[in-house]
Design a protein around this ligand. Sequence first.
Ligand SMILES: [Zn+2]
Length: 288
Amino acid sequence: MLVHIKDIISKAQKEGYAVAAFNTFNLETTLAIVKGAMNKNSPVIIQVSETTIQYAGLKPITHIVKTIAKNEAVKIPVALHLDHGKSFRSVAECISAGFSSIHIDASDLPYDENVALTKQATHYAHKHKCWAQGELGNILGQKDVDAGLTEKDTERYMTDPEQAEKFIKQTEINTLAPSVGAMHGLFPGKEKIDQERLKKIHEKTKVPLVLHGASGVSNEDIKEAIKNVVVVINIDTSLRQEFSRSLRETLMSNVHEIDPRKILTPPMAAVQKAVEEKVEIFGSTNRS
Ligand SMILES: [Zn+2]
């Protein structure tokens, strides 16, 4: 069933587990996410990025998620969220489309400009009974690694707990995406969560924390972060990787198959399996 994100997050916060926020980009991934969460009897957040909105269209992708949440996810709560909204316009469009939560990511702007845009988006979201996630510090990704940033450099981009406290007061966001060592993309062995920083950010802010870039973080580190109060964990790369790997394998081993339904069935199963594994690690099994 489709619910407001606050129902899912409040329960996770109270009971001490994390909920996965999986990115979808099409019908097949959405079905696989819901089937995986249903098998685990787990709540789930389904999110879309601006790139997905450009690819599928806002209305089509919104309707795909909503209708699957209503008709297929009969026993589990599902919430719809915008991941990394970069502009006020993009946030406003998703709110009109019926999202219960948006992420306004102005983290690459100077602090004051980040505050101004986050505040504007948050006020608008609240007026429409929607939750807002803000971002402070820079969560690094492939382009930063390509530019030669090392692990030591990454510390400079991490969230300062004192500044986070001020940021929450100024913007009134509901959830915070801090930069604590995880990166967007898969960089095995290079991503290490600064657990002490995470704890301090929680002490200072008290808002639910969202871990971005968790696809390449070790399970141990993730479990420790959940203990240290991470309530939502974003997973994008892992699902896309599984979908593409399985699709490639299926096509290569069935070169004459022309039925897309047959070709797309194994990738859906691969995504579903990845979803079930993440849910198990995050501790949200049987919490629907
Ligand atoms: Zn992210």
